[in-house]
Design a protein. Structure first.
Length: 267
């Protein structure tokens, strides 16, 4: 479901011919990224996206695909020609999806191995709007400065882009540069810290209706007392999701599902 649909609004749709497509028409076809989504005419997919469409997905003439720019605009387009590594399609209709009234930003601590990418992937599929890599004190894997850190950040950004493509999302979540705990302070209209020992639950905590909600997920070793104090002094509230303890790599996706059901993000 598009961000505009989750916010309860109506996307701006420009039809080229035929009736307006229903929800399934914007979720079932494969999505491919383009630099710009035109209102009509032909679009050529080449480069990595063209190879993916023609050689991996093996789209065929007459098939309808989705084209997206990753910043809110998508189009339905009918494939008219396929060559090796290249697809030509005609735009049928274009729509613009605005951001939801309540944006959710994930402050995710880095975790060892590929579990950090898993956290970004599942959070993106669950609808997160932005990701802040968090330099948590107890993270086993550190956000190093220099080439190693840049490589890790690039993997997170690539993961977000590919997950948004898989989910047919209109927007790719922005993955910012790593931040410290102090730099998290003051972000958003509200901040929730996932903590298994918290008295308050995610199901019962008061939520803002608009603005930015920051969801903080700590590392394998948990959030330190000092970090908890800094965030609490800034107005953050600790919440738990239930009686069980989730991995840091999957906690955000579960929380996003609960927040989607509790707010207007899912319509």
């Amino acid at each position: 479901m598009s961000p505009a649909d989750r916010a309860g609004g109506f996307p701006d749709v420009e039809r080229q011919r035929g009736p307006q497509a229903g929800t399934a028409a914007w979720t079932r076809p494969a999505l491919f990224w383009v630099d710009d989504v035109p209102a009509g005419g032909e679009v050529v997919l080449d480069g990595p996206e063209g190879r993916h469409a023609a050689d991996v997905r093996r789209v065929r003439a007459g098939e309808v695909v989705l084209l997206g720019d990753g910043v809110g605009t998508r189009a339905r387009a009918e494939v008219v020609d396929v060559a090796k590594g290249r697809v030509t399609a005609t735009v049928l209709e274009r729509r613009r999806d605005e951001e939801p009234a309540l944006r959710i930003v994930l402050a995710q601590a880095r975790v060892k191995g590929d579990r950090g990418e898993l956290a970004v992937e599942t959070a993106t599929e669950a609808g997160v709007d932005a990701v802040l890599p968090w330099r948590a004190e107890r993270s086993v894997a550190r956000w190093d400065d220099g080439p190693r850190g840049e490589k890790a950040l690039a993997r997170w950004r690539t993961t977000a882009r590919e997950a948004a493509k898989q989910a047919r999302r209109a927007r790719v979540p922005d993955v910012a540069a790593p931040v410290t705990t102090r730099e998290l302070v003051g972000r958003g209209a509200a901040m929730l810290v996932l903590e298994a020992t918290a008295a308050e639950t995610l199901a019962g905590v008061a939520l803002p209706g608009e603005g930015e909600l920051v969801l903080v997920v700590g590392p394998e070793g948990g959030v330190t007392d000092d970090e908890r104090a800094v965030l609490a002094d800034a107005g953050a509230r600790e919440v738990r999701m239930g009686p069980d303890v989730l991995r840091t790599s999957t906690a955000a996706a579960v929380a996003l599902g609960a927040l989607g059901a509790r707010t207007a993000r899912w319509g």
